[in-house]
Design a protein around this ligand. Structure first.
Ligand code: HEC
Ligand SMILES: [Cu+2]
Length: 335
């Protein structure tokens, strides 16, 4: 008796705690597969509900038979004989082989159907995605636009994301649009996604890729075709107007310290190691979602990148506060 009471005292709070932990995942937040925003995500959610329904059905039947058996066939006082020993029941075995086959066929039909239906058609708009430790490169092959950690796409349009990696295996995942697919060095994978409403959707790397993995996020900005075109042409015609002496000093420093790694459209800087910084000020965050894009945070970043983001592959360049201020003044002109 004592033992049971003590057992309850321990297990009840534990149960409550784990229920709280489970339910805390239930909010329809920024990255929920339960709030699909496109046909791919909707179909995947439909299949999730279908398999959940089948599994719930199986659970109810098995639990009911189990409960019935332990109550109906429990040992009663005075039952000292061994019960009748049986082995094998052909009918039962055939039944519990055939029922799972039927259930698996019900799951296989939509799986196979959607696997073919969501193959990227040759006509779909392409966006090349390169995974880097720990940031995302997006190239628009048709329009010669390159950006980082934010990808703009037109609404109601099939997009063929062409995925590869510059270093280790990453995984491309935008829960509200569907997914996910690995980016593998030396291989090219395709992922078809489509958004049926405008807005911003949040993605992230879903494959442990090193110490900065948790800071490898990106945003998908879904726009009307007109707004999307306006963005493309702004990216194609960046204007860098450096006027103050501080901005000029920053640009000179950039040439010396940063241009081997970073490209800036509208200038001669064309490094390819780090993110392309064209129109940097139009991005809401820096360092793949690690910091919001403000002058203070840019300064914080330049002061010590690996100190801000674990594992960041931009080195600490030991810049002085004056150098940082002029670099930030220059970066602020990239809009
Ligand atoms: C050795 C190559 C290298 C050098 C040199 C370098 N960077 Fe970087 N930079 C990177 C890499 C890699 C990242 C991506 C870090 C991450 O998000 O994990 C980055 C990220 C950035 C970002 C954030 C961009 C974004 O959209 O997330 C800014 C801004 C930046 N660097 C500015 C500079 C400036 C200014 C200098 C010169 C003082 C500089 N970098 C020098 C490699 C470099
Ligand atoms: Cu990654």
């Amino acid at each position: 008796m004592r033992w049971t009471q003590r057992g309850f005292r321990v297990t009840l709070p534990l149960l409550a705690l784990s229920a709280a932990a489970l339910l805390s995942g239930c909010g329809l937040g920024k990255q929920s597969t339960l709030s699909p925003a496109g046909p791919v995500a909707s179909a995947q959610l439909g299949m999730f509900w279908e398999s959940l329904a089948i599994m719930t059905g199986i659970f109810i039947v098995v639990a009911a038979v189990f409960l019935y058996s332990i109550i109906r066939f429990r040992a009663r006082p005075g039952d000292n004989e061994l019960p009748k020993q049986v082995h094998g029941n052909t009918t039962l075995e055939i039944v519990w082989t055939i029922i799972p086959i039927i259930l698996l066929v019900f799951l296989a039909i939509p799986t196979v159907h959607y696997s073919f239906a969501f193959q990227a058609p040759a006509t779909a708009m392409k966006v090349d995605v390169v995974g880097h430790q720990y940031w995302w490169e997006f190239d628009y092959p048709g329009s010669k636009v390159t950006t980082a950690n934010i990808v703009h796409i037109p609404v109601n349009t099939k997009i063929n994301f062409v995925l590869t990696s510059a270093d280790v295996i990453h995984s491309f995942w935008v829960p509200e649009l569907g997914g996910k697919t690995d980016l593998i060095p030396g291989r090219v994978n395709h992922l078809l996604l489509e958004a049926s409403k405008t807005g911003t959707f949040y993605g992230q790397c879903a494959q442990l890729c090193g110490p900065g993995h948790a800071y490898m996020k990106f945003e998908v900005v879904v726009q009307t075709p007109a707004a999307y075109q306006a963005w493309v042409s702004a990216m194609q015609h960046p204007t860098v107007s450096v006027t103050t002496s501080e901005q000029k000093a920053g640009m000179a420093l950039f040439k010396q310290d940063c241009s081997t790694c970073h490209t800036v459209g509208g200038t001669s800087f064309n490094g390819k190691v780090g993110p392309n910084l064209t129109e940097l000020m139009t991005r809401p965050t820096i360092a793949a979602g690690t910091l919001t894009n403000t002058p203070a945070n840019l300064a914080k970043w330049l002061h010590n990148p690996p100190g801000v983001k674990p594992g960041a592959l931009m080195p600490n360049l030991n810049l002085s506060q004056t150098q940082i201020q002029s670099l930030v003044a220059f970066l602020e002109t990239l809009k």
